[in-house]
Design a protein around this ligand. Sequence first.
Ligand code: MRU
Length: 360
Amino acid sequence: MIDPSSISPDSATQRTIGTVAIRWHGHQLELLDQRLLPEEERWLAMTDATGVADCIRDMVVRGAPAIGISAAYGVALAARSLMEETWREALAEAVAVLAASRPTAVNLFWALRRMETVAGSCETLVEAQQRLTEAAEAIHAEDLAANLAMADHALSVMDEDKPFSVLTHCNTGALATGGYGTALGVIRRLHETGRLERVYADETRPWLQGSRLTAWELSREGVPVTLNADGAAAWIMAQGSVRWVIVGADRITANGDVANKIGTYSLAVLARHHGIRFMVVAPSSTVDMTLASGTEIPIEEREGTEVKQIRGAVLAPESVDVFNPVFDVTPASLIDAIVTEQGVIEQPDAERMAKVFLPG
Ligand code: MRU
């Protein structure tokens, strides 16, 4: 049964922002436990930074922007329980605990740096408590605003004259962000404007963000979605109705290389082969201009049990070795457009990235 209040419009824009995954109550952070979807909608309440870090590490909350937003609230929560004499050191420890939760999505480190800058400019603990809360709320609200802006920018470069299909990977929707979504926000907007024929959602092995989250998020809102096994993507592209592959990002480097969910790189290769355009949609908090190229991005590897089992059901011999990188890097040369809230960078390279992200 759909709870209509969970698919609420943003009060500023009146646009439907999708399924809410992060709720902030001033004294506690509530996270929708995404490990249990789609069977169960259970909220977990966090009151300290360690709890938030555990939720990020264990995938209660996931998706680059949502990780950054949650970490920012984690710092705000940490500040609430500190003592005047030692709050700066204790806050730095909380930031370190949050920073150690997951390595690839740069939004985490971006949000923590922003929170540290705010803390560094505060004279007293009381001031820090107030301003860190405001900063976390601002990061949350800005992410939603960025998603709405990106959807508009993205549509401006999609010149198809009749409704078309797209293919997406992982979950980049309201569940992964402050609301609406990055790649899924663009897909939502295509649907809202009558330009979407169908979205093919890769199931996204091994964690199944596509089948458990994207298919759920879209189908409960009436967006036409077809779930497919990851291995079916080439065959779907060969049928001819998919015009764009649209994905999110966890880190974009100075030359336009993109780290995103494992399997994204193979989609980019397939798209090029089939003459299908490839779009990456991410807020500028995902851009890391300190890294020259994707080879420098730390790629998270998770436990082999994520591949060998699904919710305890055994899928492989217990003793087999597993390689489980959960992100890959798509070279900029395979990307037709990177969309941020600042606009669209077509055929990204170091020069075009620098024009937007290193102005002057
Ligand atoms: O491991 P996850 O689920 O955190 O990975 C998520 C992705 O790779 C998303 O595509 C990316 O974070 C963009 S979410 C708007």
